[in-house]
Design a protein around this ligand. Structure first.
Ligand code: SF4
Length: 360
């Protein structure tokens, strides 16, 4: 069975031709799936009954099943928990912002990177998500919240390291940015990596990887602290990472985002802020710094800094003229840490629910 959302436009056209159909059928099918977000082949009324039946019998349209969701009363963000065909579960977060909607998607079941502050990685990596499983997070979330709330921004910041699932993520980005498919703006897609140097270089050298924004989890401005927080730093050292980032061909409007999770008494002291500013040095125009106060989860060894500590750190960066902003986590009243709702489902066996009753 072909999972139809695994195919980018060129592959969809080839597949359509293999069935002996005219090429334009690819455009028709893509329009139903990606523009109209059809949930079944029966909705595709401008396709003949024979074609619809063939599609039903030979392809899979939907690859995610909604298990449950939590909606924040504070800010309206929604965390979805989906079941995959093999029974594993993943999360996606829908985030209403001031004037647009953002979706945070997962790229792996679990994660192998092992960041010390991260809930997702506790059970290690289970498997990569397929392109269809990444794309369906967008389509099913959009169907759930209603097409009038168009999700314009996508951040690959959910469960998993996107660049460790390189090919499937690349194809998902191709589908997202193709005007014949989801048609999102390149600038509104952000891939967030823990800093796997060879994969970052590969992405920038790969002409078939659509240009999107890059975010890198820095989390410390010195090797020792970074290594403690992110063991991946032992092989992808801070020095080499910064050297690589400083040499990437970054176009105007595509500044690299340095993500910095602020953890109380670990990396949030004034000297840490000064060190970060020095690390960025003269490359200020190349970066933006995203400060994210740590989101504690049950049993986490770290604490969230108080607002004044966050503001102090922020102010120091501004004094160096470094573009920095604080991202207060959305949905603090729901299972906010990435992977937490999934864990809850595993331990509490949340039952399957339907979207009825969702507060929009
Ligand atoms: S923070 Fe991201 S890269 Fe690090 S372990 Fe968690 S999911 Fe993996």
């Amino acid at each position: 069975m072909t999972e139809i959302k695994n195919l980018n436009f060129g592959e969809l056209e080839r597949w359509v031709r293999q069935q002996g159909w005219k090429k334009f059928r690819a455009g028709q099918i893509a329009k139903w799936i990606y523009t109209k977000k059809a949930g079944s082949y029966d909705e595709m009324t401008d396709l003949s009954k024979d074609i619809r039946n063939f599609l039903k019998e030979n392809t899979v349209l939907n690859v995610l099943q909604l298990i449950t969701y939590e909606q924040s009363k504070e800010d309206g963000s929604i965390k979805f928990l989906w079941r995959l065909k093999d029974g594993h579960t993943i999360e996606t977060v829908f985030i209403p912002e001031r004037n647009h909607y953002t979706l945070c998607v997962s790229t792996q079941v679990g994660c192998a990177v092992g960041c010390d502050f991260c809930f997702t990685t506790k059970d290690g990596l289970i498997r990569n998500l397929s392109t269809a499983e990444i794309i369906d997070q967008y389509i099913q979330s959009q169907r759930f919240v209603g097409l009038e709330k168009r999700i314009s921004n996508v951040v690959f910041m959910g469960m998993g390291e996107p660049l460790a699932n390189y090919e499937n993520v690349k194809k998902a980005v191709q589908i997202m940015t193709d005007d014949r498919m989801l048609g999102l703006s390149h600038r509104k897609i952000t891939i967030s990596s823990s800093g796997i140097i060879h994969q970052i270089k590969r992405m920038y050298q790969d002409s078939s990887f659509p240009q999107v924004r890059l975010a890198v989890s820095l989390n410390a401005a010195d090797q020792k602290t970074r290594e403690k927080l992110m063991p991946i730093s032992e092989t992808n050292t801070l020095e080499n990472l910064m050297k690589t980032l400083n040499s990437l061909p970054v176009k105007t409007g595509y500044r690299i985002m340095l993500e910095y999770v602020l953890i109380k008494n670990v990396n949030d002291r004034p000297e840490d802020a000064h060190r970060l500013a020095k690390l960025i040095g003269k490359n200020k125009k190349r970066y933006k710094v995203n400060l994210i106060p740590f989101n504690p989860y049950p049993g986490s060894p770290y604490e969230r800094p108080e607002e004044e500590r966050v503001n102090r750190f922020h102010k120091i960066l501004w004094q160096y003229n470094i573009g920095a902003f604080v991202r207060w986590s959305k949905g603090k009243d729901i299972s906010a840490a990435c992977g937490q709702l999934r864990k809850k489902e595993i331990t509490e066996k949340v039952s399957f629910i339907t979207p009825a009753g969702l507060k929009k």
